[in-house]
Design a protein around this ligand. Structure first.
Ligand code: NAP
Length: 813
């Protein structure tokens, strides 16, 4: 070991080890063997399989943990269920006190939590002590506040119920906080499963919960393999699954929960760009890169793992970066002067190393600095790979380790195109001293967190979550509350649908034989003159159905009320293309300001109002409703257009009160192209209640009107034509609902599907959406009162029409 004088002379870091004594004492107290934490007690199951917790830096076995089987999962879910009703009824101000007690206890046990986290995961104590544990406490403080305010501020909502939560190994405590804090604050109870390689800190957290006096059963923590995870996901008494992990497993969960009525939020993988413009403060940006990719050994979902540097500064920047990498310190995670600790386990180490070899084989130049490395333990050098093509696998796939790939760009357009050239969309970092440029680029990159001249910032007050295959749902902030709340009018949907046993069934769903002439049962055609068959509406123009098939629309008494085109896959593809073009046009629908969109919605309402008698008559003829009910539906539709004209410029976002010295803005961005399958009940009101919020918030839509009663929707395109709606913003394809929906769900360029058809269709929409993890909102074939202000126009419609992007901008010199 160096003596003081030597350290002084060389100015090298001396060793600064953190003591593991308290952690060892805790492990010994448990005889280094843990059971399951259920009902605030340790449950030891006789003969249960066990799994070792290993310190990746030393290879030392820290403890044995138990593998949950079905009986354990059932016991934990039953405990959560028993506790849930009382917990939900506990006044918010009391729940807030429990949350506060948890937060305080975290602070009181700060050090042991940090040391345990570093020993179990391999992350530097500097990070677990200064980032993970403080953020753990922060989340419980933040959501204690929402528990206190819930009755007043969220009175239209209730708890979802029992929540199954599954987390990964990279931030065991932080992921736990993101999941448990909002859930229990809002009256839910939880069963949480940590990842196999990092279980210990979650188990210690269980003791903290018990110490805080939280009622038994509110927080249950069970350890087990992916099989136990699957048992939680498929448990019939679980009302929601909140998952953080890989996109691959997220896809499995989407399919397993399809059609069950369980809520699902998915926080998945990423390959986030780190964009450096020529006018950036390059030295600051270098420190930014170090933090972006080598924080937690690069095992960070939002790691800035794709470096994009403007061509004319790239050589200088890469040279500086290599030099800086040469000063990184890799070693014992419990040493306070260490930059990078150990990779979590051997399997992950091999995966990372495998990817570096792929990079080499793809023609990449691999750079690893000549730095001291520990002789044993799962350490990996910080690695930079240059000279890769944009389509290279190492550029496209998440490596989840200390490996940075780098590319160059010439101008902002190219930077944005490269940044968005990914199936993910979790985060991005933009570096430029030109604030106008930086914010413009930030607004155009499709990702949930945008850091301007900073990186990897998190806070309880700001939501975190992905676009596209990075998942859906947000954790943190007010937006994170929606994941754990259900409108008060709505029961937990429990659709009765037997899940098909074979995957072959997917080929069957949505198959349809094109329509043919239909003999009316009644008196025949009920029309007052010349035959008029409406066409489809695509890109602002009437379009004949591609297949040249026509469907009859019959009244309840069997009279022929009219005919519409019978759409097919090609019609849907044309409509998606038109919707996409309207979205990306310059300026696209999303880029128009809210004032403009609101004026257009008012204009639609005005034009519908001018023809209200005609629409009422049509409704009456199609549905057999009374004249009064038909008029009421038209009036309610006009009112709904007014509602969303109002919301068009009032739901843009908020300033978040994070700990950043600067500004964190939550922007409610449109989702993109939404495919909407409308209900048969209230064919006009249902259509407008779904279309209006979507377009008010800047989305473009492909509407599949009521299959049974489509004529008010086809009449409606004349209203759109006269209301200044740009072509492609609303596209209308008539035909078999499920047949058309299937093409929409499978389409890569559709960002979200809203489906209000059958129970079976709801299942398939959720199941098939896993292909590219598009967002879905389905009705499970359950009734909904479209006239009701909450059911037909509640906040859910706005939430479903938007995705939150948080932009972080530090201020000061
Ligand atoms: P993972 O393999 O998907 O595992 C995550 C969790 O799911 C673990 O608890 C795992 O249990 C469990 N699991 C695995 N298969 C399952 C199944 N079929 N059913 C139910 N549960 C199952 O991911 P990981 O390797 O632990 O974590 C790395 C990934 O997480 C990366 O892709 C990263 O980007 C992502 N991540 C995302 C965020 C975000 O907020 N978006 C944050 C952190 C990490 P076992 O450990 O027992 O296998």
């Amino acid at each position: 070991m160096s003596d003081l004088l030597e350290i002084f002379n060389t100015m090298e870091y001396g060793p600064a080890p953190e003591s593991p004594a308290a952690v060892y004492a805790w492990l010994d107290e448990h005889q280094r063997k843990f059971g399951q934490f259920i009902n605030n007690q340790w449950v030891h199951v006789e003969g249960a399989d066990t799994y070792p917790s290993i310190d990746p830096a030393t290879g030392e076995k820290l403890a044995e943990t138990s593998q949950a089987d079905q009986a354990v999962v059932d016991q934990a879910v039953a405990a959560a269920r028993n506790a849930q009703k009382d917990w939900e009824k506990t006044p918010g101000r009391e729940r807030a006190r429990y949350m506060y007690a948890i937060a305080r206890n975290i602070q009181k046990h700060h050090r042991i939590l940090a040391v345990l986290e570093s020993m179990d995961n391999g992350k530097p104590i500097r990070e677990s002590r200064d980032i993970d544990v403080p953020l753990l406490a922060r989340h419980f403080y933040y959501y204690a506040g929402w528990a206190q305010l819930m009755e007043k501020e969220l009175h239209d909502y209730q708890a979802v119920g029992v929540v199954g939560q599954i987390i990964p190994w990279n931030f065991p405590l932080l992921m736990l906080a993101w999941k448990i804090a909002p859930a229990v604050a809002t009256g839910n109870t939880v069963v949480l499963k940590p990842a196999s390689s990092t279980r210990l800190s979650a188990l210690m957290f269980g003791e903290i919960v018990a110490e805080a006096g939280v009622p038994p059963g509110v927080v249950n923590i069970i350890t087990g393999s992916s099989k136990a995870g699957s048992m939680i996901v498929t448990h019939p008494d679980v009302d929601k699954i909140a998952f953080t992990g890989s996109t691959e497993v997220g896809r499995i969960l989407r399919r397993q929960t399809a059609g069950s009525g369980k809520r699902l939020s998915l926080e998945l993988g990423g390959k986030s760009p780190f964009v450096v413009f020529e006018d950036a403060d390059l030295d600051s940006a270098i420190e930014g890169v170090i933090d972006a990719i080598w924080f937690n050994q690069g095992q960070v979902c939002c790691a800035g793992s794709r470096l994009l540097v403007q061509e004319n500064v790239a050589e200088t920047f890469i040279a500086k970066l290599k030099d800086r990498m040469g000063h990184m310190r890799v070693g014992n995670p419990l040493d306070k002067c260490i930059d990078m600790g150990a990779i979590v386990d051997k399997k992950q180490w091999d995966t990372v190393d495998g990817w570096v070899k792929v990079g080499q084989s793809e023609g990449g130049q691999v750079f690893q600095p000549d730095i001291d490395m520990p002789e044993k333990g799962l350490f990996y050098k910080p690695t930079l790979i240059t000279n890769l093509e944009p389509a290279a696998e190492t550029v496209q796939e998440e490596i989840f380790g200390p490996v940075l790939v780098s590319q160059t760009f010439r101008n902002p357009e190219e930077a944005i195109a490269l940044a968005n050239n990914t199936r993910y969309g979790l985060a991005a970092s933009v570096w430029s001293e030109n604030i106008n440029l930086a914010l413009d680029v930030a607004s155009k990159i499709k990702a949930g967190s945008l850091w301007v001249n900073c990186t990897n910032l998190f806070d309880g007050a700001s939501g975190f979550g992905g676009y596209r295959e990075s998942g859906f749902g947000r954790e943190g902030g007010r937006e994170g509350l929606h994941e754990y709340l259900r409108p008060t009018w709505q029961e937990r949907p429990r659709p009765e649908f037997a899940v098909p046993e074979s995957e072959e069934a997917i080929n069957q769903w949505g198959t349809a034989v094109p329509a043919r002439p239909l003999m009316p049962n009644g008196d025949g055609r009920k029309s007052d003159g010349v035959d008029r068959t409406p066409k489809m509406y695509v890109g602002g123009k009437q379009a004949r159905p591609d297949g040249h098939y026509t469907r009859a629309v019959l009244s309840p008494s069997g009279d022929l009320v009219g005919q519409v085109g019978d759409g097919n896959r090609k019609d849907i593809r044309n409509a998606v293309e038109a919707a996409h073009a309207a979205h990306t046009a310059k300026p696209g629908w999303a880029m128009r300001h809210g004032y403009n969109r609101s004026q257009i919605l008012y204009f639609i309402a005005e034009n519908l109002s001018a023809r209200k008698d005609e629409f009422a008559k049509r409704l009456r003829a199609m549905t057999g409703k009374s004249a009064k009910d038909s008029q009421a539906e038209v009036e309610a539709s006009i009112d709904r257009l007014f509602t969303y004209a109002a919301w068009a410029d009032k739901y843009g976002g908020t300033v978040q009160e994070t700990t950043l010295h600067g500004i964190t803005v939550a922007v409610n961005e449109p989702i993109g192209v939404i495919g909407i399958a409308c209900p048969d009940e209230e064919p006009l009101l249902g259509f407008i209640s779904l279309m209006a919020p979507a377009i008010a918030r800047g989305n473009t839509v492909v509407m599949i009107p009521s299959q049974q009663y489509p004529l008010t929707a086809t009449d409606f395109y004349q209203v759109l034509d006269t209301s200044d709606v740009p072509g492609g913003v609303v596209n209308i394809i008539t035909g078999d609902r499920d047949h058309l929906t299937k093409t929409l769900v499978q389409h890569e360029d559709v960002d979200s599907i809203w489906y209000f058809g059958s129970t079976e269709g709801s299942y398939w929409v959720e199941y098939e959406s896993a292909v590219n993890m598009k967002r879905t909102w389905v009705g499970y074939g359950l009734p909904r009162d479209w006239f009701d202000a909450e059911q037909g126009a509640g906040e859910t419609f706005l939430v479903e029409a938007t995705q939150v992007k948080n932009i972080w901008v530090p201020t000061g010199e």
